[in-house]
Design a protein around this ligand. Sequence first.
Ligand code: HEC
Ligand code: HEC
Length: 373
Amino acid sequence: MKPANVRRLSGMLALAGLATLAGALLPPQGDVRAQQAKAPDLAPLPEAKFNKDQAELGRFLFFDVRLSGDAALSCSTCHDPRKGWTDGQALGKGYPASEYFRNTPTILNAAFKARFMWDGRLDGSDVGTLVRDMITEAHTMNMDSRLMQERLKQVPEYVAMWGKFRKDDINGMRVYGVVGEFVKSVVSRNVPIDRFLKGDQSALSSEAKEGYALFKGKANCVSCHNGPLGSDGKLHRTGVPENPEVWNTPLRAITMLRHYSTSGMPNYMNARTDVGSYAITKDERDIGKFATPSLRDLKYTAPYMHNGMFKTLPEVVEFYGKGGGAGGELKPLNLSESEKRALVAFLESLSGDPVVVEVPKLPEYKARTFGKN
Ligand code: HEC
Ligand code: HEC
């Protein structure tokens, strides 16, 4: 690295300790989030709203490998319902000949997120754009929207399902929203914390109740983890250690650098670490910041954090107990062993019954002409 770059990077690290102004640079957040900022606490999950006919076609498409360029993978390859709608790995897979540099998040409750992606780069109110990214990005499904459209038009069952909500032919751009309606339908079920928040005192064990008190009190997790998802939807630096597998696996490092390059991050060829939201905002105060994730259904979504560095919830609580990692915003919590166990018991009460859907039997191609464009 040239001396000028060394100076620049150390400047960035010094700035990284300063106050946070990140929120202003990313998409605006909805009313729900504004309300939860006033009185930080957890809240019951709202009812899911989605278009049933679109979600039904979306369910088929979610499992259909024909939505990826070389028909190698579907959404469900990486967001597998049997693995909490993740891939169960620390770091994500990718389209053949690529691998990802972050953990694959669950799609559970995505409908209620303020922002998508670990670095918060996409607006949570726009699921269609998120789905478009997943389908068209070279490292996920590498699909061209026109090719997808022509493929789907030659599956008569899909044409019939499309006809239930639209009069025109299947349209590539609209398919994103249709898959999005299915994503919105995938929500937690029968969660102890929701029953408790609605007044059922018996829904939490006494240990979990003690954990909740710590969560809101001594440990103050609630300052960032609040609202229906246990997320303020904002960017924070907790100092989770780097996962060495990212830089040590060239295919992962390549995807990371490609992400930096596409985002227009200055001086990206000198980056060896996951800079988080900085790549998006280019604000040096955002180096190492990530969007606060949901705390729901953690039972099914290990390993944890943007890079899967923690395998279990006790490991996560241990990390917070020590005041997080280097350069983060957190302070040591001085938790006793029984307090740590109580926090873990509480985190477990934020998981509901497993959410599984019927895996559809996919209909086959049957080429025919439509007589119009
Ligand atoms: C090759 C693996 C892979 C495939 C295929 C894939 N995803 Fe993802 N998905 C990811 C990864 C990795 C992320 C997180 C990326 C990041 O944060 O940088 C993600 C993020 C998401 C998110 C945002 C979750 C959050 O909490 O921010 C949703 C929703 C989602 N994907 C849905 C889908 C849908 C729908 C499809 C199919 C159209 C799909 N994904 C296909 C790996 C994949
Ligand atoms: C300053 C804000 C902040 C505070 C306070 C905070 N967290 Fe977090 N939490 C985050 C952020 C940001 C992440 C994601 C970090 C990353 O991936 O690098 C996270 C991640 C997590 C995860 C992993 C979720 C997943 O799906 O991978 C768990 C579990 C968690 N926090 C629990 C807690 C608990 C328990 C406390 C209190 C002891 C706490 N957090 C306090 C911001 C915070």
